[in-house]
Design a protein around this ligand. Structure first.
Ligand code: SF4
Length: 295
């Protein structure tokens, strides 16, 4: 079996930066708080938790005066202000590309557009984008052409819209939504907020997926960008599997496979990907395809 790992795997630069800032804080402090998960990967966060990172759901759970890390997805302005007023030392690890997406939405709002955010309404990045607008209630989040049609039917869609995208969405995912908006709105202003490094990764992984018998995506089932990458890979290779780590490898799924490609979510440590690669090579040494007598 030939196993090929995509050119870029492991953490994206925004995640690396957030982890680095958190490590710095924990070098200078015994504990630091964070609202929600720093990233959706248990293997990566458990080390930081052991050093004193405390995940909380509400600001009231933080010790006054302690540092509070803002994760790479960002936070609504109201929550940031509340954290400062509560006397927390805010360490802003919002990814600069996410910050640009927040600013793009603000620019469209200032131009008088109804902001339409294409993304998952429950994702913290989307809550952060909306939560940094002057009037979040006037704007809209959609994630499918059906949701655009529904908003139109319910008269929630304005004739003049400004569109931004969840940074980790793929162009493929957004295309049909934009087409639908063009049908129903008089004016559509678009600021492309899709993260370029992620786009390059997606294109590279898609190329690989179309050349191999089985495509593996390594990452947590809780990670939205990993699930999105898996869906994208399935468009290029229906024989795509998602696993969290090498423990999830089921040799039976590689029956007859001569080539396997590996890509990863943005919050998957590189070491986990290397481990999956190595386990596959151990189970199916080069020159021997899947489905043999490995355990
Ligand atoms: S995917 Fe892009 S925008 Fe999101 S954290 Fe990583 S680098 Fe930043």
């Amino acid at each position: 079996m030939r196993v090929v790992t995509a050119r870029e795997v492991g953490f994206c630069f925004g995640v690396k930066r957030a982890i680095h800032l958190t490590q710095q804080v924990l070098t200078e402090n015994d504990e630091a708080f964070i609202l929600g998960d720093l990233i959706h990967n248990k293997a990566a966060t458990s080390g930081l938790e052991a050093r004193g990172l405390r995940k909380v759901e509400h600001l009231s759970e933080c010790r006054p005066g302690a540092p509070m890390v803002v994760r790479a997805h960002g936070l609504p302005a109201e929550q940031l202000q509340a954290a400062r007023e509560a006397g927390l030392a805010v360490v802003d690890a919002t990814c600069p590309i996410v910050r640009k997406a927040q600013e793009a939405a603000q620019k469209l709002e200032a131009r008088g557009c109804q902001v339409v955010v294409v993304g998952d309404a429950n994702h913290p990045e989307i809550k952060g984008i909306l939560g940094n607008l002057k009037d979040p209630g006037c704007h809209l989040v959609v994630d499918s052409p059906e949701e655009v049609r529904e908003a139109r039917r319910e008269r929630r869609l304005s004739r003049r819209v400004g569109v931004v995208f969840q940074t980790t969405h793929s162009v493929e995912q957004c295309r049909d939504i934009i087409a639908e908006l063009m049908e129903v709105a008089r004016e559509v202003q678009i600021i492309n907020t899709i993260c370029r490094p992620v786009r390059h990764r997606q294109l590279d992984a898609a190329r690989l997926a179309s050349q191999v018998d089985v495509m593996l995506v390594v990452g947590s089932a809780k990670s939205a960008n990993t699930r999105e990458l898996t869906n994208l890979m399935r468009r290029h290779n229906p024989n795509t599997l998602q696993i969290e780590n090498a423990e999830g490898l089921d040799p039976g799924r590689f029956t007859g496979a001569e080539t396997v490609g590996i890509a990863s979510g943005l919050s998957t440590p590189e070491g986990i990907v290397a481990d999956v690669h190595q386990r596959l090579l151990d189970a199916f040494p080069p020159g021997r395809s899947g489905g043999c007598d490995c355990e």
